[in-house]
Design a protein. Structure first.
Length: 430
C-alpha cells in the first residue's frame, strides 16, 4: 500500500507508508497532513443486465483465471479499482515524476484521463456504468486556501499529494470536467456513476465544524450530482445527529450507499459511524449495532440492492483491523471471513466489489498488513485466495478491487520489491 486511509473507505486507499510491504488500502490512525489524508476506496458502464435478471446462485465463481498486467505510465505503481460490463478497467498509474493520473484500460490499451490542472488525479472506486462515463478525483491548479489535505491526499504520491483544491471529476467524450462543491466549500470527491447520468460522492460546504480534526476544517456532505449541462449537486440526508458523510456507490435503481457520522479527519474513520442506504429520499442505517463506531463503510451495491463493505473492530482502536460484510434485504448483515489457516493468521478482511451473481471480491490480511491477498467470496461463503487460481502469473495478487458480471476482476499485484501493478483476471471456462 501507499498511504493510509481512504476517502471514506479504509479500503480504497492507494497510498501507504509501507508501500513496499503493504497492499491493502486504508488503515489509518492520526494522519500527518504532509504525508497523506484519505477518504475514500467505481467505474463505468455498459448496459447492465436487467435488474433481477440473474437469480442468486445462478453463477458460480470460476476457479481458474488468465491474469495479465495492465500497461502503465512508466512509474513504480498502478492499480485497477473498477471494471464494468464492457471490460473497461479504471484506476491510476504513476508517472516517472511520481505524480499519478487517472487511468482507463480498454482492450488492454491505456488512456491517460489527465487532470483538472493540478499534478494528480485518480479513479478510486468502482464506477460501474456502461455509458462511457468515468468519475474520480483530481487536483486543480488552485492552492488549498485552508491548508486541508482533504480526502484525496492518500490516493496520491509525495511530494505533491497536498496543497491544491481537489474536485470530483467526470470524464466523458474524451474530456474531464470538475463537479461543483456545495456553496462555501472548496473540495469534492466523486466515487460512482450509474447509467442514468447520476454521480455520487461527497463535497464540502462552508460550515467550520469543531468536530473536524486538523487539517480538516469544513464539513462535508454526501452528494449526488445530476449531469447536465449544467451539472447540479444535491445533498443526501444524514442519520439524525450526524454532521458529515459520504456516498460511495450507486446502482441503476437510484439506490445509493455510503456513510454518516462526524467530520473527523475527512478520511472515513468516525465519519463512518453509520453504514447507510439511501433510497426514495430517505436514509436507512443498514448496520444499526456495529461492533465499533468507526470505519463502517459500504463500498459497493449491485442492481438487486446487495451491499458489501467493511466494519471496524473495537479491539483495534479506530483502525487497522477491519471485517468485511455483506448485506442483503432478506438476511441483513453477515460477516465475510478472512482466509483461514494462514501463518501469521489473517484477521483483517475488506470487501470492495460485488456482481449480480453475488460474487464478492476484496482482500484478506494479517494484523500487521504485511501479508495481504486478493480474495473472492462466492455468495458470502468461505473466501478463496485468488493466488491459488492465477496459473503461471508471476506476481502476488495483493487485492481485488472490483468484479463485473463476466466474473472479470481488477486490482493490484506486487513483486518481491513491493512495486505495485494493475492487473486483469479473466475467468477461464471449466
Amino acid at each position: 500500500m501507499e498511504a493510509a486511509g481512504s476517502g471514506f473507505l479504509k479500503c480504497c486507499h492507494e497510498n501507504s507508508t509501507k508501500e513496499t510491504n503493504m497492499t491493502t488500502q486504508f488503515k489509518t490512525k492520526t494522519i500527518n497532513p504532509t504525508l497523506f489524508v484519505i477518504l475514500i476506496s467505481v467505474c463505468f458502464g455498459a448496459t447492465l443486465a436487467p435488474v433481477h435478471a440473474q437469480k442468486p446462485g445462478a453463477a458460480k465463481a470460476k476457479l481458474q483465471y488468465q491474469v495479465s498486467t495492465l500497461p502503465d505510465f512508466g512509474g513504480t505503481s498502478s492499480g485497477g479499482n473498477s471494471i464494468n460490463d464492457q471490460s473497461w478497467a479504471a484506476g491510476y498509474s504513476r508517472l516517472p515524476n511520481r505524480n499519478r493520473h487517472a487511468a482507463l484500460w480498454r482492450s488492454n490499451l491505456l488512456t491517460d484521463l489527465g487532470t483538472l490542472g493540478g499534478p494528480n488525479s485518480s479513479v478510486t472506486w468502482n464506477v460501474k456504468n456502461t455509458q462511457g462515463i468515468v468519475v474520480g478525483i483530481s487536483q486543480t491548479a488552485d492552492p488549498e486556501p485552508l491548508g486541508e489535505a482533504w480526502s484525496s491526499a492518500g490516493f496520491y504520491s509525495l511530494p505533491n499529494n497536498t496543497g491544491y483544491i481537489n474536485l470530483g471529476f467526470v470524464w466523458q467524450n474524451n474530456q474531464m470536467r470538475g463537479l461543483p462543491a456545495f456553496p462555501g466549500g472548496n473540495n469534492g470527491f466523486a466515487t460512482g456513476a450509474n447509467n442514468l447520468g447520476q454521480v455520487v460522492g461527497w463535497a464540502e460546504n462552508g460550515v467550520h465544524d469543531n468536530a473536524c480534526i486538523s487539517p480538516q476544517v469544513l464539513q462535508f456532505r454526501p452528494a449526488m450530482w445530476s449531469l447536465g449541462p449544467p451539472d447540479q449537486i444535491q445533498a443526501l440526508p444524514l442519520i439524525a445527529g450526524d454532521s458529515s458523510g459520504a456516498a460511495t456507490a450507486i446502482n441503476d435503481n437510484g439506490q445509493i450507499v455510503g456513510i454518516s457520522g462526524i467530520c473527523d479527519q475527512a478520511v472515513g474513520r468516525r465519519t463512518a459511524k453509520h453504514a447507510v442506504l439511501w433510497q426514495n429520499g430517505t436514509v436507512t442505517d443498514i448496520y444499526p449495532n456495529p461492533p465499533a463506531p468507526w470505519w463502517n463503510t459500504p463500498t459497493a451495491i449491485n442492481q438487486r440492492g446487495d451491499i458489501v463493505g467493511f466494519a471496524g473492530d473495537p479491539a483495534y482502536f479506530e483502525g487497522d483491523v477491519l471485517h468485511a460484510f455483506m448485506w442483503t434485504r432478506e438476511d441483513g448483515i453477515r460477516q465475510l471471513k478472512p482466509l483461514p489457516d494462514r501463518t501469521p493468521p489473517h484477521v483483517d478482511s475488506e470487501a470492495y466489489g460485488i456482481n449480480e451473481a453475488r460474487q464478492v471480491v476484496g482482500v484478506s490480511c494479517d494484523v500487521d498488513l504485511l501479508d495481504c491477498r486478493a480474495v473472492i467470496w462466492d455468495h458470502g461463503n468461505t473466501p478463496k485466495d485468488l493466488n491459488d487460481f492465477k496459473g503461471s502469473f508471476p506476481l502476488k495478487l495483493t487485492n481485488a478491487k472490483d468484479i463485473n458480471n463476466k466474473g472479470e476482476i481488477t486490482g493490484r499485484a506486487s513483486n518481491d520489491t513491493g512495486v505495485l501493478t494493475a492487473y486483469l483476471a479473466v475467468p477461464l471456462s471449466q
